[in-house]
Write a new protein. Structure first.
Lengths: 124, 831
């Protein structure tokens, strides 16, 4: 994992919740994309990307989300994006029109399953 | 003997006068003498004119004989039977004194009659020359018939004795007058004695002839007195007086001669006269000779004495000079010895030997130190060139020989180039020597002599090498360029110690921490040289690592201390570690045995930051007891960190030096570069005893100046730039939201450059942020290839930039691409 960011993955009701801590820019966007892919099983009914602990997200991060949304749609997985209402990232996401391709929620309030959260393998 | 030296008329006139004087004198005395004649009228027992003539001829020369001849002719004319007889007699009278004078001249007669030989000469001359006048005169008397033939012997005897007496008595008398001139005036006592003597002599002479008793001889002691006491000047007159009185007595027939016949009278008289005359002459001459001898002896003695005195003086002068010379020489020798000793000491201290090589004789002389350098005892054996070269390491010999050959071939006196070479000493150790030499030529230009010095530079070479390595290592371990940190102005200096052994161990460091804080460290590893420099390198990196993990100053120092024990580093180090938080405008610091940092306020106030002080790291396991100190660092204020080399001096107390530092810092002011320069100049000067490290950091008002950054166009470079921009933007008055917007927009512009401008090439990008009239203006510039707006991040990058900024322009020119963006602050959302 890079110095700038690290991922935290937990499963809620069989749905992986991926929290992105830190900053996402061109130096680590690719690596984060690969890691998310590895953390999300094909059989999973959906995936939650939690940007609450994310402090920076540039166009490479936005592109990452667009690609993820595309893939989820192909797989029939539901992609949900958690972005707090006062988050600094919100404006970027709105500008780029991400809300057109996926659901943006302010917080994770809906229970997703009954499994306990476990750390994703390989994460620190 | 006087001879006429005149010439011409003057000479003639003088001779004529002399002839006249002589003639008159001769004639007048002759007339008087004839009154004393005993035979006829012309035979007298004393004939003074002959004596006068002899003196005249001796004194004036024989040329004046005519005076005698004429005078004699006229004297004899009246008493002769014919003019012929008178002429004959006159001829005899003239010849006799001429012969006498000739004889005397011949025997180098001295007219002072002060030698016995002069007395003998005058007696002989008188008796011999008058044989002629007597024979001619007596013969003439017989021939002219004035005397019968039978009377010849008697006439001849009277004539001869009379003439002879005239010479013997008158000549000494006249000469005595001449001598008198030389000794006059006599002392009064001598004159009195002379008068008494002559009165007694005259009275005695008359007295002895007035009695019939034959006691005439009693006057002889008186004559002897005169001769002895007065020599010629007494004897001459005495003889004349006594003889005169005797002749007069005989002539007038005083009782002593009254009863005698003529022949008896003549015999007695002439015997007496001769005795007196001889006594006078011989005694006077003898005494004179003795006196002269004594005088000569005295003079000689006097001269000798004088010479001895002079010689003694010379000797004593010479002796003094000699003594001084000896003392001088001794002093010179002593000085020479002292100088030799000093030279030897100096050579020993400098490990410098000197040598001389006289080329024609191949004679090499080494100083003591030369022998020592080569591992011998001083002057252990006589040195030769080959023996000296024998110790040089084989590879270096050709260089030395070539050096010397070149020098000898150059044909002029000159200094050879310095040469460094190695020798193997007798104990096997290799030493490095530095040789210097000079070649000297004889008058005809032949190389005659080389002199030189050799210095053992082995230690110097090692120390020099180590110093160089230590300094190189030291510098390589220090920060090459200070980071460009917005809001902070930085300056740092490292001055290595000038002395060979003191370099190494000091460091300074600046590090941007992930949270936007900035860490500063200055430290000093105890000890010097390579070891200290390498330990410094390790400690510096340890501080960096710990600071990145946990920037708490106390934690950093505690961990550093533990590390040193864990690694078994035997050194100790002093460190001060500072964290600057720009948001709060404070510094937090911890100090382990280091000199306190100096805080310079913009208003000129200067103070040391003297919080609690921990022991140096690596000494006593300080554990977790390191305290922290916090101070406000206002915009415009400067914090100065330094190592003890700046303030420690052997000749001044630390307290004084710290005071001086405060004063000089106040003078210099808070601008970091100027502050460092001024402090190094005023406190360190030309040479640093110890290493000196300085780090000055000043907090600046961010908005006061634009933010200029030049970074490599690499993905990893962007995150630190975002932190820098955030601080700058906050300092420039942007809200967190505004700052986020600008960061993101600029990030997009930079990412574009990184992804597309240079392809696979390395490149740079320039970033400039400035605030004017409440508006942030951003310029991002690259020198890469042109690209369209649609390429940027699949269009989303440009979209974001446009969405977050008030305006975005993109220009291409020959140098590359420029993106200009603007955003008004304080309006909330962009328009």
């Amino acid at each position: 994992m890079t110095e700038l960011a690290h991922l935290e993955v937990e499963f809620r009701g069989g749905v992986p919740v991926v929290r992105i801590h830190g900053e996402v820019d061109i130096s680590n966007a690719e690596a984060i994309a690969s890691e998310i892919e590895a953390a999300v099983p094909n059989s999973s009914p959906g995936v939650v990307i939690d940007l609450t602990p994310t402090t920076y997200l540039d166009s490479s991060g936005v592109n990452l989300l667009f690609r993820l949304a595309e893939r989820s749609q192909v797989r029939g997985q539901r992609l949900r994006l958690i972005v707090p209402a006062d988050a600094v990232l919100r404006r970027v996401l709105e500008i780029t029109g991400i809300q057109d391709v996926l659901t943006m929620e302010t917080h994770l309030d809906e229970p997703l399953g009954d499994e306990e959260a476990v750390p994703a393998p390989g994460d620190s | 003997v006087e001879t006429s030296t005149g010439s011409g008329a003057a000479s003639w006139r003088r001779d004529a006068v002399r002839i006249l004087v002589l003639g008159v004198a001769y004639a007048s005395t002759a007339v008087v003498s004839l009154q004393l004649a005993l035979v006829e009228r012309n035979v007298t027992p004393l004939w003074p004119p002959t004596g006068i003539a002899v003196v005249a001829f001796l004194a004036w020369g024989s040329r004046i004989w005519p005076g005698v001849a004429v005078a004699a002719f006229f004297v004899n004319l009246p008493i002769s039977t014919s003019p012929l007889a008178a002429a004959a007699t006159a001829a005899g009278n003239t010849v006799a004194p001429l012969v006498a004078a000739a004889i005397l001249r011949r025997v180098s007669f001295r007219m002072e009659i002060d030698r016995l030989r002069d007395a003998i000469a005058i007696v002989f001359a008188a008796l011999a020359s008058t044989l002629l006048s007597a024979s001619i005169g007596a013969g003439t008397l017989v021939f002219s018939g004035a005397v019968p033939e039978s009377g010849f012997p008697e006439a001849w005897a009277v004539w001869w004795t009379g003439d002879a007496m005239g010479v013997l008595v008158v000549t000494p008398f006249l000469l005595s007058l001449r001598t008198m001139r030389n000794v006059w005036p006599l002392p009064w006592s001598r004159r009195l004695e002379a008068v008494a003597l002559f009165v007694i002599l005259a009275v005695a002479s008359v007295a002895v002839f007035r009695t019939a008793l034959p006691i005439a001889f009693v006057v002889l002691p008186l004559v002897g007195w005169a001769a002895w006491r007065f020599q010629l000047i007494g004897a001459g007159p005495a003889g004349l007086v006594v003889v005169g009185i005797a002749v007069w007595s005989a002539t007038v027939g005083l009782p002593a001669f009254r009863e005698a016949s003529l022949p008896q009278t003549m015999l007695t008289l002439q015997a007496f006269n001769a005795t007196v005359a001889f006594t006078c002459l011989f005694l006077a001459a003898l005494v004179a000779e003795r006196v002269r001898a004594r005088e000569a002896l005295e003079r000689a003695a006097g001269r000798l004495e004088e010479q001895v005195r002079e010689r003694t003086m010379e000797l004593s002068t010479a002796n003094r000079e000699l003594t001084r010379e000896i003392a001088d020489r001794k002093e010179a020798v002593e000085k020479l010895r002292q100088r030799e000793r000093q030279l030897a000491e100096a050579q020993q201290m400098a490990r410098l030997g000197s040598w001389e090589w006289v080329l024609p004789e191949d004679k090499v002389t080494w100083s003591d130190e030369m022998y020592l350098i080569h591992g011998y005892r001083p002057q252990e054996f006589p040195m030769t060139f080959d023996r000296a070269v024998g110790q040089v390491v084989k590879e270096d010999v050709p260089r030395i020989r070539a050096n010397i050959e070149t020098a000898r071939g150059r044909g002029e006196a000159h200094n050879l180039p310095d040469i460094e070479y190695r020798i193997t000493r007798t104990d096997g150790e290799e030493r490095v020597l530095l040789g210097r030499a000079r070649l000297e030529l004889s008058e005809n230009g032949e190389p005659i002599r080389m002199v030189g010095t050799v210095q053992d530079v082995t230690e110097g070479k090692q120390a020099e090498r180590e110093h160089r390595i230590a300094e190189t290592l030291q510098r390589s371990l220090l920060l090459k360029d200070l980071p460009d940190i917005p809001g902070v102005s930085l300056a740092a200096r490292y001055v290595p110690a000038t002395s060979d052994v003191e370099v190494g161990g000091d460091w300074y460091d600046v590090l941007e921490l992930p949270g936007g804080q900035i860490a500063f460290a200055v430290g000093d590893v105890a000890g010097h040289g390579l070891q200290a420099a390498s330990t410094m390198g390790q400690l510096r990196m340890a501080v960096r690592s710990y600071a990145l993990e946990d920037p708490s100053p106390s934690a950093v120092l505690e961990r550093l201390d533990r590390l040193m024990f864990r690694l078994g580093l035997s050194e100790m180090a002093t460190v001060v570690f500072v964290v600057l938080d720009q948001a709060s405008g404070t510094v937090r610091l911890a100090n382990a045995g280091h000199p306190p940092p100096l805080l310079l306020q913009e208003n000129g106030e200067v103070s040391f930051v003297e919080g609690s002080l921990a022991p140096p790291v690596g000494v006593s396991r300080i554990g977790d007891r390191v305290a922290e100190t916090e101070r406000a660092l206002d915009v415009g204020a400067t914090l100065l960190l330094f190592t003890d080399g700046l303030v420690e001096r052997r000749d001044a107390s630390l307290q004084d030096r710290l005071m001086l530092l405060k004063e000089e810092a106040a003078t210099a002011g808070p601008e970091p570069e100027a502050l460092c320069d001024h402090l190094l100049r005023s406190l360190v000067g030309d040479g640093a005893d110890d290493d000196v490290a300085l780090l000055a950091l000043r907090r600046l008002s961010l908005a006061d100046r634009p933010l200029d950054l030049r970074i490599p166009a690499e993905p990893q470079a962007l995150a630190p730039v975002r932190r820098t921009m955030r601080r700058w933007l906050e300092g420039a008055g942007a809200t967190t939201e505004e700052a986020n917007d600008v960061l993101l927009a600029v990030g997009e512009a930079c990412a574009n450059v990184v992804q597309h401008a240079y392809g696979l090439r390395a490149g740079r990008l320039e970033l400039r942020l400035a605030v004017s009239d409440g508006e942030v203006e951003v310029t991002v510039r690259d020198t890469g290839s042109w690209r369209s707006a649609s390429e940027t991040g699949g269009g989303r990058g440009m979209e974001i930039m446009r969405g977050l900024m008030d305006s975005v322009e993109m220009d291409n020119d020959s140098e590359g691409t420029v993106v200009r963006m603007r955003r008004r602050l304080g309006d909330g959302q962009p328009g």
